[in-house]
Design a protein around this ligand. Structure first.
Ligand code: ATP
Ligand code: ZN
Length: 289
């Protein structure tokens, strides 16, 4: 199927919040990667890719330089590093928010609150962009980690960091007051891939799309009185149109279709009102549209 001289080099996070989901996605795309803990690189057995395990902070630079051809990492890290790479596709996992937080007893009066304040963060570039856009002058203190303790030790007046539940902020006497960025995992690519590598990337993206479609949709089968078929098929358009099969019982048929996960409960309620029975909802393994 492929000229196997060239392999697409994919950088993923070595160990951290993105690692498992990144490898899980490649696996769902049918790419078998021989395991082995502590390995820094591995080649797929059945697809022309090689996976490099790196710190997420280093991925944008390596992709820009072509050490890796593509990379999977948080959008926040891509924006922070400002490297010349192509953002190819959002991947729908590792969602998080980056927020500004202040001591919880202070009254927040809007973005101008930060004028002249010192803000501790590991993401100085994103923060600088944000305040420039809003025309607010701040002093940014770049620190590597444990940003939340900065106000209590007198290093800063506020912090800017990834917030998941807010509980770390709370235990440090802080509250989130402004969301600066919403991030999720993305696939980035080097801007000068060879034709051969672009072909491999296209195949990979095709598979990623099939995996994503499958996770966002369910296969549904149900029985319905023939009189209800037009109304039910209008609610269940499916991929082209629903499949309708006769049932042994006179006046009834089976309907097979695909529904979007997020519309699912609403549709179930409505088709039940139309007389549908024996509804089965089945996960889809892959969906090629
Ligand atoms: P590395 O050792 O590779 O530099 P790291 O400590 O920078 O790892 P992780 O904590 O593993 O990174 O987070 C990686 C990415 O996961 C973040 O940049 C962000 O995009 C995403 N993420 C999602 N939810 C969270 C969260 N609750 N806290 C931190 N990061 C999160
Ligand atoms: Zn990192």
């Amino acid at each position: 199927m492929f000229d196997t001289r060239e392999k697409l080099k994919i950088a993923v996070q070595k160990s951290g919040r993105l690692s498992e989901k990144s490898l899980g996605l490649l696996k769902e795309c049918g790419i078998n990667l021989p395991g082995g803990n502590g390995k820094l690189r591995t080649e797929a057995e059945n697809f022309p890719v090689e996976v490099l395990f790196l710190r997420d902070d280093d991925i944008p630079q390596y992709v820009e330089q072509g050490v890796a051809d593509v990379g999977i990492l948080g959008e926040n890290e891509v924006l922070e590093k400002k490297k010349n790479v192509a953002a190819v596709r959002k991947l729908g996992f590792a969602g998080c928010r980056m927020s500004l937080a202040i001591p919880k007893d202070e009254e927040y009066t809007g973005i101008s609150f930060f004028e002249g304040k010192r803000i501790a963060t590991s993401y100085p570039a994103i923060l600088d962009d944000f305040f420039r856009r809003h025309g607010v002058g701040v002093q940014i203190e770049e620190i590597g980690g444990s940003v939340e303790i900065a106000p209590s030790i007198g290093l800063a007046d506020a912090v800017f960091d990834i917030v998941s539940t807010g509980s770390t902020l709370l235990t440090n006497g802080l509250k989130a007051v402004e969301t600066v960025l919403k991030s999720e995992a993305v696939l980035i690519a080097n801007r000068k891939l060879t034709k051969e590598k672009l072909d491999i990337l296209d195949k990979l993206l095709f598979r990623i799309k099939a995996v994503k479609n499958a996770s966002e949709n369910k296969y549904i089968t149900l029985n319905a009185p023939l009189s209800a078929v037009p109304a039910i098929t209008a609610l269940l358009p499916g991929m082209k149109s629903p499949t309708i099969v006769p049932l042994a019982e006179e006046g009834w048929c089976g309907i097979h279709s695909v529904v979007k996960e997020d519309k699912f409960w609403d549709i179930i309620d409505r088709i039940q009102e139309l007389g549908a029975e024996g509804i089965l909802v089945i996960p889809i393994e892959k969906m090629i549209v």
